[in-house]
Design a protein around this ligand. Sequence first.
Ligand code: GDP
Ligand code: IMO
Ligand code: MG
Length: 461
Amino acid sequence: MAQARQPSLLQWFAESAQALVIVRVKKMSNVIVLGAQWGDEGKGKVVDLLAERFDIVARYQGGHNAGHTVFIGEKKFVLKLIPSGILRPGVEAVIGNGVVVDLAALIEEMAALEAHGIEVRRHLRISNRAHVIFPFHRLIEKMSEARENRIPIGTTSRGIGPCYEDKIGRRGIRIADLFDSESFRILYDTLAEDKKTLAETFQLHDTIDYTRICQQYLEYADRIRPLVCDTAALLNGAMARGKRILFEGAQGTMLDIDHGTYPFVTSSSAAAGGASTGTGVPPTAIHGVIGVSKAYITRVGSGPFPSESNDGGGELLRREGNEFGAVTGRPRRCGWFDVPLLRYTAMVNGFDTLVITKLDVLDLLEQIPVCARYRLRGADVTEMPATYRALEEIEPVFETLPGWRTSTRNFGRYDELPEPARAYLRFLEERTGVEIGGVSTGPERNETIIKAGSKLERLIA
Ligand code: GDP
Ligand code: IMO
Ligand code: MG
């Protein structure tokens, strides 16, 4: 019998070192990129930029209420349901179980991307457990938004909330249900009956052709069938083979159903915890969280906004930052960077690092206000208030930093940025307690600086 050869000490050392390197690389493999404010922070751009270092980009919540803008040269893409990673050749894109899917919107988005030569069918996979948005969900949303004695949330009118309501109410329809037409019809009829009753009760003029929709959705299901699978099994299997996953958040932490400015929020878990429940990847397999924040702040829709600027400052940010919704075209409300808010979102997400976007939008300013603290009824506020009423009463305490009045676009390195811009970033870093690992100074891929030696650099290495 052949004797196993004893490794030499040198060989043993080399192998152990290699194993260590593998463990180190594996330790940093899967990261979440998510919004640290109220959405539209530039997640699409950041995900697109980082995606080339990952094998899979997975969306874990939300639906086509998201609008993630990516510029590649002259081409502009606005991704709604499909993860931004789809734009990178060779990267797989996954729509996880936590996402709500409007099949008509999905098919339309797929066609638009295919028209640009993107091989969507080859690279996209959709969870069989994701819930389906039907046209009657939009109807229910309209009813809820118009309800007397209720302040409208200013939703995107995509049926997101009512679809999640059905999910949590355990009467929703999942993509897997569409493939058994008999049982689908039973589920669908029951759900449709509920909606008809609601519409009647609230005297809502309902023009929905329920029978046609049922048939149409069965047809849609046939078209996407080859892309549907158990994506939790797919992702866990891929990780076992050493593949890296980037989790792409939609909306922002302040729109999270639990941690946001309730009830002026969306209906899903946009914060980091959602990445695990929304994909079936265990929390222990996720190694880092990257927060994306603007150098100022915006919000679309109603709800409290302590650092909002309703004067010329806000106007300037809207104009220079082209702050109009990517999905609805609504003007975004604009305000100054909010330190307490960022400290709060850093706490609930455990940000390892931040990417600050749209620094260039501040280029013209002589002075830049930053909301450094909150006061409420004459006292300092140390915790984020739970009610929107308290948040509406917050008195923001601003500090003013000098501007740089020069363009920050086209800088390749962090230390090349003008000193006042670096001082501004240092201030944000010190006050929020989170490192700023990346800075974006324009919408294009190459207008991003990753700080040498930062945690961000190590996370994506
Ligand atoms: P997302 O929803 O977080 O992906 O963000 P949106 O796409 O809704 O909004 C961000 C907008 O800012 C888009 O129009 C981007 O093209 C643009 N953008 C991203 N980063 C920068 C930046 O650093 N500077 C400027 N001027 N625009 C940026
Ligand atoms: P991305 O991914 C900004 C806001 C809506 C509304 C609230 C609830 O592009 O950052 P919903 O339709 O979700 O029930 O609306 O949430 N909202 C967003 N605001 N960016 C988004 O997505 C948003 N998605 C939803 O304006 O105030
Ligand atoms: Mg957006």
